[in-house]
Ligand binder design. Structure first.
Ligand SMILES: [Zn+2]
Length: 139
């Protein structure tokens, strides 16, 4: 769960946020885990997962916590994008594996061409200029 944050909230958003915080091990400062104080327009969530609230804009602006849109916190179940990033990385991994599979198939049918001039003298392998397949020079 994202912490060290502050949010402008409607009563409905406050309720959803409190439920997410409680479900992730947080509580109101003072150990209370009851949905309450829905009329307070500003919420703070510190690094110990303690919720506090404020009535006034000045207190909200002065607080050094990072401001996060309430809707983002709610939509991402309190992760504020870390979950979205995880989805994107998973998708990227899938696409990389698909490309590697295609490359493996290409290598099975490639009649490899190894150009010795391109070879690094310190490297005992050289690569096919068509598919990148490595060949052990000493074999
Ligand atoms: Zn090849």
């Amino acid at each position: 769960m994202e912490t060290g944050i502050k949010m402008r909230v409607s009563p409905e958003e406050s309720k959803s946020i409190q439920e997410i915080v409680f479900a992730n091990g947080g509580q109101w400062a003072g150990r209370d885990k009851e949905v309450q104080d829905l009329s307070r327009p500003f919420l703070f969530l510190n690094d110990q997962c303690n919720l506090t609230y404020s009535y006034d804009e000045e207190t909200f602006k002065d607080k050094w916590f990072k401001e996060v849109p309430a809707a983002l916190f709610i939509e991402t179940d309190g992760t504020c994008g870390a979950q979205q990033l995880y989805v994107e990385i998973s998708d990227l991994k899938k696409r990389i594996f698909e490309k590697l599979e295609k490359l493996e198939k290409l290598r099975e049918i490639c009649d490899h061409v190894f150009e010795s001039e391109e070879q690094d003298p310190d490297n005992r392998y050289k690569a096919c200029i068509k598919c990148g397949q490595l060949q052990d020079v000493e074999s």
